[in-house]
Design a protein around this ligand. Structure first.
Ligand code: SF4
Length: 324
């Protein structure tokens, strides 16, 4: 895989110089939910277990439209507020019909597979932690890294078995953002490399594809092999590490910035590189950061794709996975 894909360090530094001009805003959603800490942790655990490939997921909760992972989260949060405490006994036996009812006002793809992850997560939680998400964190010693740390323990659950630990990092970030627990070594966190972060890395030129035919393949949305997918994703992780170092942000802040940029400005088909923006009605970048938007992407001008049509055609490599 040598040199088929590589990290452009100078471009990463350019990107970080723009990114560090803004801050991250996180509005806690669980503060006003008056249930036991354990139930909030279980909500986040099961939510992240099934939070992947959300591109065609959407729906309404109490008349409000949500898309992607927001819909999954709010549908599950509604269940929690209605008294669903995600007990392992119930989750292990959850039927497809019951699971489907959580999402009855919208569309949830890969539903059978997601249900298997709910059941398996419940089985593992029962087997090793008496069904308690809080015990999993306690037994990790509030450490993410190292033997017996949170990542090590959770990666034994099938839903969290991604070698780059994307969902584990999202879960750890949410736990901290919500103030439910804090990890002693949270600076050891990585970003969760998902399709948004890969698309931005390729379009900006932070990660470059040296092979023209592969570049065209990605632009056309053709499936790529596992070695190529892993090489691109690994390079993306490296690129975002440079951003973390250069911008001086916590990994979870960098993750939040690029995830929201990817699902708002840098959409697959019609990215908002320059004004006017057509995504302002669904933008989560402006609500999750301090960016004062004038109608164009924060990376406009320094992103390769903002001046090169070949790069705008790039998207995340097509690859079927439950890792992100
Ligand atoms: S400038 Fe355009 S292509 Fe580049 S990151 Fe922003 S929206 Fe995406």
């Amino acid at each position: 895989m040598d040199r088929i894909v590589y990290v452009d360090r100078d471009r990463c530094i350019d990107v970080s110089s723009r990114i560090k001009t803004i801050g991250v805003v996180y509005r806690r959603m669980l503060d006003g939910v008056h249930v036991d800490l354990e139930y909030k942790l279980r909500l986040l655990l099961y939510f992240t277990a099934i939070c992947y490939d959300t591109r065609r997921v959407w729906g309404y909760i109490d008349g409000v439209y949500y898309r992607g992972s927001d819909y999954i989260y709010h549908a599950m949060l509604k269940k929690l507020m209605e008294g669903e405490f995600f007990d392992t006994d119930r989750m292990r036996e959850l039927s497809l019909e019951e699971f489907g009812q959580w999402f009855e006002e919208g569309v949830l793809t890969r539903i059978d597979e997601r249900l298997k992850f709910i059941r398996d997560t419940a089985r593992m939680l029962e087997l090793f932690y008496d069904g308690m998400a809080s015990k999993l964190i306690e037994e990790s010693g509030y450490r993410l890294s190292g033997s017996g740390g949170f990542v090590d323990r959770l990666s034994r659950f099938k839903a969290f078995s991604d070698p780059l630990a994307k969902k584990i990092m999202v879960l750890a970030s949410l736990i901290e953002f919500e103030g439910l627990a804090f990890f002693k070594d949270s600076d050891s966190m990585e970003v969760g490399v998902d399709y948004h972060l890969q698309r931005i890395a390729l379009r900006t030129g932070m990660v470059r594809i040296a092979d023209r035919s592969l570049s065209e393949r990605i632009a056309r949305g053709r499936f790529v092999s596992k070695p190529i997918h892993d090489a691109i994703r690994g390079s993306c992780l490296e690129a975002y590490r440079i951003i973390i170092d250069e911008a001086g942000f916590k990994p979870r802040e960098v993750d939040a910035i690029f995830w929201n940029l990817g699902r708002s400005c840098c959409s697959i088909r019609r990215p908002s590189c320059k004004p006017p923006c057509i995504h302002s009605d669904i933008c989560s970048f402006t609500t999750s950061t301090t960016y004062e938007c004038m109608g164009g992407c924060i990376l406009g001008g320094i992103c390769e794709a903002s001046g090169n049509r070949d790069f705008i055609k790039l998207k995340e490599p097509r690859y079927r996975t439950y890792y992100y």
